[in-house]
Design a protein around this ligand. Structure first.
Ligand code: PEP
Length: 262
């Protein structure tokens, strides 16, 4: 049984005061909506400066604080970087790896992603590896090859134990921040494809346990349909995660599934 995993990606947004207000509102609204945080995993991936305050607000609340990037070395002469050891030390539970914005603007490669996944798992940080095709690759019909290549290189030397701790987020680039969502059928087709690539390398038993998310303009009005898809176990949410009310609606995608039963 794969537990739903809903992740917010704030990107480079929010000042400290806003993040504290968001954290407090999130705790209160999830409680008011009767969301059972034992039935759904929730993480908020934030800029580093917000982590300490949010860790205090979420203490004993079952809401994880995550990072949006990290280096793969534990320490050293890497000015401006944050290491897995530093994140673990703060109690950071997950980290987005290889987000398309990092691949595009900071030349992040799939080879670096493979090193980051290993380092994250070693530090007890759940890696969320992002893969997805460009609009060009989608329109030319090469989208499966593009995603398979990214996946294979990013998972080079990743062991069975490590893949079981890794989450894969399928995020078509043409749907990120564009308001254009992949149809639930397209998203599920690709989530199933990602699972089949994992199965080829690690076997079906392992692939069936890996959490696969969809990301790309997820909103309160499309979440229920996306989450009803057979191979989609969660979502990675950018824009719509910045408003607490919208994010709570996304976390509470189906009160029958994530609601408290009492
Ligand atoms: C993202 O940042 O990973 C993302 C999917 O953004 P958005 O939800 O805004 O498309």
């Amino acid at each position: 049984m794969r537990k739903p995993f809903i992740v917010a990606n704030w990107k480079m947004n929010m000042l400290v005061e806003d993040s504290v207000q968001y954290g407090e509102d999130l705790v209160e609204k999830l409680k008011r909506e009767n969301v059972d945080l034992k039935k759904v995993d929730v993480a908020i991936c934030v800029p580093y400066i917000h982590m300490a305050a949010l860790k205090v607000i979420f203490v004993l609340r079952n809401i994880c604080v995550g990072a949006q990037n990290m280096h793969y070395e534990q320490s050293g002469a890497y000015t401006g970087e944050i290491s897995p050891a530093m994140l673990s030390d703060m109690g950071i539970e997950c980290c987005i790896i290889g987000h398309s914005e990092r691949r595009q603007h900071f030349n992040e490669t799939s080879e670096a992603c493979a090193k980051k996944i290993k380092a994250a798992v070693m530090g007890n940080i759940r890696p969320i590896l992002c893969v997805g095709e460009t609009l060009n690759e989608r329109e030319s019909g090469r989208y499966k090859d593009a995603v398979a290549d990214m996946l294979k290189t990013s998972l080079e030397n990743i062991t069975e134990a490590e893949i079981l701790k890794t989450v894969i987020a399928y995020e078509p680039l043409w749907a990120i921040g564009t308001g254009k969502t992949a149809t639930s059928k397209q998203a599920n087709e690709m989530a199933a494809f990602v699972r089949s690539v994992i199965a080829e390398k690690y076997g079906k038993d392992i692939a069936d346990q890996v959490i696969i998310q969809y990301g790309g303009s997820v909103k309160p009005d499309n979440i229920k349909e996306i989450m009803s898809m057979s191979d989609i176990d969660g979502v990675l949410v950018g824009g719509a995660s910045l408003k607490v009310d919208d994010f709570v609606k996304i976390v509470n995608f189906d009160p029958e599934i994530v609601g408290k039963t009492e």
